[in-house]
Design a binder for this molecule. Structure first.
Ligand code: THU
Length: 128
């Protein structure tokens, strides 16, 4: 099942996270329109503000491979976490109502929501 495939990819990505400062590894996996899956993990930096979240790294991996994000899974330790505001806006670029699956690193619990529920009123650039 595609949800399980995505969650497993996000879990594997979480194991590669570079999070020496927060010690909060996050994994994400983007399902592309063409069925391919692209993992991403958070990559922190000594200059904290340069940290990039797992979701945005997964989106970048998809785009550089010529794919377009259609769904995303996010895995963290403890209670499931939803993408931060910046990542919601980045995901909305590709599919305003994409499914968002929230899972944990170990448990079988899944929350399935959608980006339009998480980010009503996303900014969309329109040339004035
Ligand atoms: N983080 C993500 O990678 N994705 C999220 O959705 C929330 C936060 C990362 C950023 C930082 O490396 C750590 O989690 C703590 O904020």
């Amino acid at each position: 099942m595609v949800i399980e495939r995505l969650v497993e990819a996000a879990r594997r990505a979480q194991a590669t996270a570079y999070a020496p400062y927060s010690k909060f590894p996050v994994g994400a996996a983007v399902l592309a329109e063409d069925g391919r899956v692209f993992p991403g993990c958070n990559v922190e930096n000594s200059s904290f503000g340069l940290t990039v979240c797992a979701e945005r790294n997964a989106v970048a991996a998809a785009v550089v491979a010529g794919a377009r994000p259609a769904a995303v899974a996010v895995v963290a330790n403890g209670p499931a976490v939803a993408p931060c505001g910046a990542c919601r806006q980045v995901l909305a670029e590709f599919a305003a109502a994409m499914p968002v699956i929230l899972a944990t690193s170990t448990g079988g619990d899944r929350q399935v929501t959608s980006l339009d529920a998480l980010l009503p009123g996303a900014f969309v650039f329109k040339r004035p």
